[in-house]
Design a protein around this ligand. Structure first.
Ligand code: FAD
Length: 424
């Protein structure tokens, strides 16, 4: 069978893969293909309209970035005035109460006895010693046993589907910074402080459709490069080339899918199977429901072990064009036992890279072993990091820029750098 020569093969048609392709195109390089397993591209950034409700199939997606260049890139494809901007309103449901997020600066919203218990526990947390290395101990050390036992540990057990003491602590930029004085002050004053929200303090959401509108706008100009229903099933090295699915020959593969999937498709892969096995992912089920609500909250974190889902979104409060009373819920696939009342159920096989202990070092080794032979990992899966879509775009920018500068060549041992620390 004749092989087609292609400059770059991009594996995965999610926001990372299509942004990478678009950036190559903008850089004047058109000799690339994007292989996508599913019938539709978009990955976790897909949305659907069901009975008038806007449903983000990958769970709650909002636009918020620390990277101005990412906004520039997005708004060059879809104008900024096509978005609403919201001040974040999010809640935490735990211990039969509901308070604003983040919990430690909103203890004043609890009944008096609980306020005293939680505040005392916070103050007793011994933060003088060195930070512990697993997540469970870290939470106890940072926020005290009460918040750990009633909120952080049950909530994270639900999200990740593993025991919190198996988790690392190197992804915790996602959690608010911690100021003991402010905890006491907010509790005494009976007033929170919006400025301590760690991310998504304000966020944007499209005025029409769902989050996928961002994806579609970037995808449109590169659509003809995408091959849908075309999973990577076979990756074979011959000389200094890769043969992909016995159809294409290329020198450079950009990987945006979980390494476990790519590794098992590779003939004679690099000797990093143990490290690949440590890069576990978790699956997520998103269900759509119709339930009356009359508040301005955008989403709630649900810690109670009695409820299978860990988060729910009130669609109409950030997508006013959506039908009233739409709610969607996120449930770890391991906890999902069916949702007979749901209007729609969507399964995301790979939703989160699980930050198990040692995951960063394993990811670095896998990334480097493959980069040395011309397979460069980019994005949430390619770098196996808890990246939001804006960071995926930024990493695609960084990598595409580096490769375009080198004339799209990559010699063994000349791997480009492994990525940023910019978790958002
Ligand atoms: C619950 C949840 C909430 C989130 N909230 C936000 C948010 O508020 N804001 C935000 O910016 N980001 C958010 N994110 C993160 C965001 O979804 C991801 O960072 C981003 O979508 C990752 O894009 P990707 O292209 O790297 O991966 P994916 O979207 O997973 O795309 C990978 C693609 O590869 C394809 N693929 C898989 N296997 C193969 C194969 N063998 N061959 C070919 N193709 C294959 C898949 O079908 C998929 O299309 C959230 C994620 C989750 C799960």
């Amino acid at each position: 069978m004749t092989l087609q020569n292609i400059g770059v093969i991009i594996v995965g048609g999610g926001i990372t893969g299509i942004s990478f392709g678009r950036l190559l195109q903008l850089g004047g390089f058109e000799d690339f293909l994007i292989l996508e397993k599913e019938e539709t591209a978009g990955g976790l950034c897909q949305s659907q309209c069901i009975k008038g409700h806007v449903l983000d199939l990958g769970g709650g997606h909002l636009l918020c970035s620390r990277h101005p260049e990412v906004y520039d890139f997005i708004f060059a494809h879809i104008p900024a005035d096509e978005f609403h901007t919201f001040e974040r309103v999010s809640k935490i449901a735990f211990d039969n109460e509901t308070v604003d997020y983040p919990i430690e600066y909103n203890l004043w919203q609890l009944p008096l006895e609980k306020r005293v218990d939680y505040l005392t526990s916070c103050m007793q947390a011994a933060r003088t010693a060195e930070a512990p290395e697993n997540f469970e101990d870290w939470v106890r050390w940072k926020l005290g046993d009460a918040i750990a036992d009633k909120y952080m540990i049950p909530y994270n057990r639900k999200v990740w589907g593993v025991e919190p003491n198996e988790l690392d602590t190197d992804w915790l930029q996602k959690i608010p910074h911690h100021d003991t004085r402010l905890i006491v002050k907010t509790c005494l004053m009976g007033q929170g402080d919006q400025s301590v929200l760690p991310s998504h303090q304000t966020f944007m959401y499209p005025k029409r459709g769902g989050f996928q509108r961002i994806f579609d706008a970037i995808h449109d100009p590169v659509q003809r490069h995408a091959r849908l229903s075309n999973p990577l099933i076979n990756l074979r090295r011959t000389g200094d080339h890769w043969v992909v699915n016995e159809s294409y020959r290329t020198k450079l593969v950009i990987n945006t899918i979980p390494w476990g999937v790519l590794h098992s498709a590779t003939h004679s892969p690099p000797q990093v199977s143990d490290e690949v096995a440590r890069l576990r992912t978790s699956g997520l089920v998103v269900t759509l429901h119709e339930e009356a609500y009359d508040h301005d909250c955008h989403w709630t974190y649900v810690a109670s072990p009695g409820q299978p889902h860990h988060r729910e979104f009130y669609i109409n409060n950030f997508a006013p064009h959506s039908e009233p009373n739409g709610i969607f819920r996120e449930t770890n696939i391991k906890r999902f036992g069916g949702a007979p009342d749901a209007l729609a159920v969507h399964i995301n096989e790979h939703a989160y890279p699980i930050p198990l202990k040692g995951h960063s070092e394993a990811a670095r080794q896998v990334w480097t072993a493959y980069a040395n032979i011309g397979v460069i990992g980019v994005g949430r899966w390619g770098q196996h990091r808890y990246y939001n879509s804006d960071v995926c775009i930024r990493e695609a920018m960084r990598t595409a820029q580096e490769l375009l500068t080198r004339g799209m060549t990559l010699r063994a041992g000349e791997a480009i750098s492994y990525g940023s620390s910019g978790l958002v």
